[in-house]
Design a protein. Structure first.
Length: 375
């Protein structure tokens, strides 16, 4: 086996310029796939981040609600009906929607307001101030990654939304929207005012079940009692939101398409290089066949070249990908990675390089062993 890799490495490293070009091609190909899939994972997490952090056993929403950010409203008096359903311990109203944030000295910018009653969705990862401070007059919470867009710099800064004064009383880290519209947390009443919604309008009811209550039974009773609403488990709501944004809008298909393009480009580059390298060493391969080397042995040499390309190219691409993840960690659109993704990328790289070796193997198998005696 050591002889196989020795011969494979000599074939690769003999023309260093060609070898460098091959590695660069693999690195860019793998990096493109890694970034595209990293963005896909980032989008996937972002579209469900609000649902993931909401303390609810069941979500009640307007019928046909496609995702968390769908600002459909229904009558908040449904809360009293929900509380009367057997098995319901609490029903917390929440309202979401868009509003205009006045950027000090620089016009306005759109924001996404999240207002919840006590015991509902509260800001998390608070790095300055306190989530409890939202009960203070004019208080809101904002993520520091959007400070530049919002025109604020620190805890306590003030501005206005629809002419109403607001003060930043809590600062979070990492609560980002995949649409890049800043999330602003506040109380239920103030959120209605900022959005100009009706006094009874709500977007969701967050249902907590009584101990021992059967979730499916309570869900069916809520559906019958409340009428034209969707009653969903958090898992179902996550799936609905994820499917809408990643597939219903085409965003997921675009990211998958970019990843597929990267894999194709890398395969073509490696195939071309291995084919060219093999063609330059036809005499050596003819000699191996003339002295009785089996086809399997020659296949192993060529595949060894492909594996060396894969390991070296992936190692460099992996390091660059880690740097990219670190550099975008605090941005509005971070690239993420996971151990499973890295393992999958390595397997993809190996498959890509081995598939590329097929053209070289076909070329070698056509060699006439007698060629060595004609030289």
């Amino acid at each position: 086996m050591s002889l196989i890799f020795k011969l494979a490495s000599r074939n690769l490293f003999q023309d260093r310029l060609r070898f460098v070009a091959t590695i660069i091609g693999i690195v860019f190909s793998v990096l493109l796939v890694a970034v595209q899939l990293g963005l896909f994972l980032s989008f996937e997490r972002m579209v469900t981040t609000m649902i993931d952090h909401t303390p609810a056993d069941l979500w009640v929403a307007s019928r046909g609600t496609k995702c968390f950010e769908d600002p459909s409203l229904f009558d908040g008096r449904a809360r009293q009906k929900a509380l009367s359903v057997s098995g319901v311990q609490s029903a917390v109203p929440m309202i979401i929607g868009f509003a205009q944030w006045s950027v000090p000295g620089d016009g306005v910018t759109p924001i996404f307001v999240v207002g919840s009653g006590a015991g509902g969705l509260a800001p998390w990862n608070v790095v300055s101030g306190s989530a409890n401070a939202l009960d203070d007059p004019h208080a809101v919470a904002a993520d520091r990654s959007y400070f530049g867009r919002l025109g604020i710099h620190a805890l306590g800064d003030t501005t206005d939304i629809r002419g109403e004064k607001v003060a930043v009383r809590a600062v979070t880290k990492g609560i980002r929207s995949f649409t890049t519209t800043p999330y602003i947390f506040t109380t239920l009443a103030r959120a209605r005012s900022y959005m100009g919604a009706s006094p009874n309008g709500i977007s969701y009811l967050l249902i907590r079940l009584a101990p021992g209550a059967d979730k499916n039974a309570v869900r069916n009773r809520l559906t019958r009692e409340l009428g034209k609403v969707d009653v969903m488990t958090p898992s179902e709501f996550r799936t609905r939101s994820r499917d809408f944004w990643l597939f219903g809008t085409g965003a997921g298909a675009a990211l998958y398409g970019g990843a597929l393009l990267g894999a194709i480009v890398g395969t073509v580059i490696v195939a071309q290089t291995l084919y060219s390298s093999t063609k330059d060493h036809l005499g050596e391969f003819a000699t191996l066949r003339a002295i009785g080397s089996s086809s399997l042995y020659i296949h192993k040499v060529i595949i060894g070249q492909a594996l060396l390309n894969a390991v070296i190219g992936f190692s460099i691409a992996g390091c660059v990908d880690v740097v990219t993840v670190l550099m975008t960690a605090d941005s509005a659109l971070p690239v993420v990675t996971t151990p499973a993704l890295m393992v999958g990328l390595f397997v993809l790289t190996v498959i890509m390089c081995i598939a590329s070796a097929l053209s070289a193997i076909v070329q070698v198998m056509r060699i006439d062993p007698g060629l060595v005696f004609k030289q």
